[in-house]
Design a protein around this ligand. Structure first.
Ligand SMILES: Cc1cc2nc3c(=O)[nH]c(=O)nc-3n(C[C@H](O)[C@H](O)[C@H](O)COP(=O)(O)OP(=O)(O)OC[C@H]3O[C@@H](n4cnc5c(N)ncnc54)[C@H](O)[C@@H]3O)c2cc1C
Length: 316
């Protein structure tokens, strides 16, 4: 029996992948999906704040293709949408390599909003997290996986398990004493849905300390407007004045956003790390899969595949 720690997008995707490949899997987790950082995300497929670049591109491309397949199933919460990525200056961003050519729609953001911008219009997966996380959890349970709610307080508690996959996100800082892991606080505001509003994101930061950006994720339950990325800040108290700012930033692109009713403000701590940790622990019976920064959904399927390779090597 393989034990996965954590029931966010990383734990569930890894669990599903291992079950599909014939392993028996249980998840042990302190929080169920709806209470995780994964439930705060928008989410759009986009490799943001995750490294190393070469691996992130491969993991992202693998995930892209699986999300595209999932978009054929309406109950998955996945759809493919045209999305504008606005650059500060014209140029070729590194993440373009992880998008299949036929999904790069235009190499300028022209005619999308009332003004033109440097950037790209790409056709990418939209992951409606309130639908996708329960979908993924049900798939996991239907394949025979089990989930128990429990916080693991010490690595000593893991000694009796055959093999453990660590998908605890920011929880790894305490549980595994990883000092390289740090929170990247992110706030978003959700406004009422409007089918006319199109998606976009700035691929650059601005505002106070260059920790703010503008992004619009049009979901069926509401439009997610972001956002912030504040490294080292671990407060979970939302700032309502900031929410006003986020609406204003995005209304620069689509003025209708200012008139939409605010539904909620949410805040989450992304698991920041100089590199995603995906390796067998040299001392423990643990394979790590955490530190996905602002791209946990974007890399999830690719990372789960890499875990599968490590599991095969361990158990062969
Ligand atoms: C505002 C915001 C917007 C975002 N937008 C996007 C986006 O558009 N696209 C994208 O790809 N990503 C986005 N992200 C990033 C993404 O949400 C994260 O990278 C991802 O959720 C990390 O998933 P995870 O499963 O690794 O961690 P988490 O979702 O944090 O899950 C960790 C799990 O581990 C469990 N756990 C922790 N410690 C223990 C313990 N000691 N014992 C037992 N269980 C434990 C927790 O209970 C939880 O179940 C966004 C994040 C934020 C905050």
């Amino acid at each position: 029996m393989i034990t996965i720690l954590g029931c966010g997008v990383s734990g569930l995707t890894t669990g599903f992948t291992l079950l599909k490949n014939g392993y028996q899997v249980q998840i042990i987790t302190s929080e169920l999906p709806e209470d995780t950082v994964s439930a705060v995300a928008g989410a759009i497929w986009f490799p943001y704040e995750a490294r190393p670049v070469d691996k992130v591109n491969l993991w992202s491309l693998r995930s892209f293709n699986i999300y595209k397949e999932l978009s054929e199933y309406p109950d998955s919460g996945i759809s493919m949408i045209d999305y504008a990525i606005i650059l500060e200056e014209p140029g070729k961003p590194w993440w373009l390599d992880s998008i299949p050519d036929e999904h790069i729609i235009a190499d300028t953001v022209s005619g999308y909003y009332k003004d033109d911008y440097p950037g790209y219009i790409v056709n990418v997966p939209l992951i409606e997290t309130p639908v996708y996380l329960p979908f993924l959890m049900n798939q996991f349970l239907e394949l025979g996986g089990t989930i128990s709610k429990k916080e693991i307080r010490s690595v000593n508690e893991l000694a009796d398990h055959d093999l453990v996959i660590n998908c605890t996100g920011l929880g790894s800082a305490t549980l595994f004493g990883d000092e390289a892991l740090y929170p990247i606080q992110g706030q978003i505001v959700k406004v009422e849905p409007d089918p006319g509003v199109k998606g976009s994101a700035t691929d650059f930061h601005f505002g106070e300390n260059h920790q703010e950006m503008a992004y619009i994720i049009p979901r069926r339950d509401g439009i997610i407007l972001g956002g912030t990325a504040r490294p080292g800040i671990d407060s979970k108290i939302p700032d309502h004045i900031l929410s006003e700012k986020l609406i204003n930033y995005n209304a620069e692109y689509d003025s209708r956003l200012s008139d939409l009713k605010v539904l909620e403000t949410k805040l989450g701590l992304r698991p920041g790390r100089s590199q995603i940790r995906l390796e067998k622990d040299p001392k423990l019976n643990v394979i790590h899969n955490y530190g996905h920064g602002g791209a946990g959904y974007t890399v999830s399927w690719g990372c789960a595949d890499s875990v599968l390779q490590l599991v095969r090597a361990e158990l062969s």
